[in-house]
Design a protein around this ligand. Structure first.
Ligand SMILES: [Zn+2]
Length: 203
């Protein structure tokens, strides 16, 4: 997982409209077509892909055009359990469909001690905007500093790795493949790199 400097900045007029929705209908509104909702969703997606360099906040594999995984707007505290924070930018990161999906993160409650204010909650999960991820997890260093083999450094790190299945053999292999791909592509000259990119896009 990664540490992020700041969440998306939303036009205050839009945010005010979203905050006016009664708490219990916010998750339903999330899937609606209201202009303020689509604006909010577009902003958090754009912002997230930029500050996360197109990588999933949890497994760190590429999402979007570079990767083959669809970027999801992932509610850190799931909106099904914490409807209040459906439209809180600080509660949203970009993740891949696997990490955000039912089989992994789904609707797992990431909050251990609930408070009225989001900032005063205690989280089970290593929170990308609140925590320094380097205190909780690390990648085993190798000669190229490749982020492949993950280890926990704290209980919070262990919870996150276990619940998000970040150390399974398949996840570790995916990170290794991704790293090898990046190294290979970086070694090509621009013309060959363009051919390579074209070839893998068609595969
Ligand atoms: Zn992921």
């Amino acid at each position: 997982m990664i540490t992020l400097p700041q969440s998306a900045t939303i036009d205050p007029v839009i945010q005010k409209k979203l905050d006016a929705y009664p708490v219990d209908i916010r998750p339903k509104r999330w899937n609606g077509k209201a202009k303020s909702v689509t604006h909010f969703k577009l902003e958090v997606l754009k912002h997230g892909l930029t500050i996360q360099s197109g990588k999933c906040a949890w497994c760190q594999l590429a999402v979007g055009e570079e990767g083959r995984r669809t970027p999801h707007r992932d509610h850190i505290a799931p909106k099904a359990k914490h409807a209040k924070w459906t439209f809180l930018p600080q509660n949203i990161v970009i993740s891949c469909e696997y990490c955000n999906g039912f089989a992994i993160k789904g609707e797992i409650d990431t909050i251990s001690v609930l408070a009225d204010d989001y900032e005063r909650c205690t989280f089970h999960v290593v929170h990308p905007y609140i925590d320094d991820a380097t205190i909780h997890v690390r990648f085993v260093p190798d000669a190229t500093n490749a982020p492949i083999i993950i280890q926990s450094l704290s209980d919070k790190g262990a919870w996150t790795i276990q619940k998000l299945k970040l150390d399974t053999p398949s996840m570790t292999l995916e990170r290794a493949k991704s790293h090898l791909y990046e190294r290979y592509a970086a070694q090509l000259n621009p013309a060959d790199r363009a051919l390579f990119t074209e070839a893998i896009a068609l595969s």
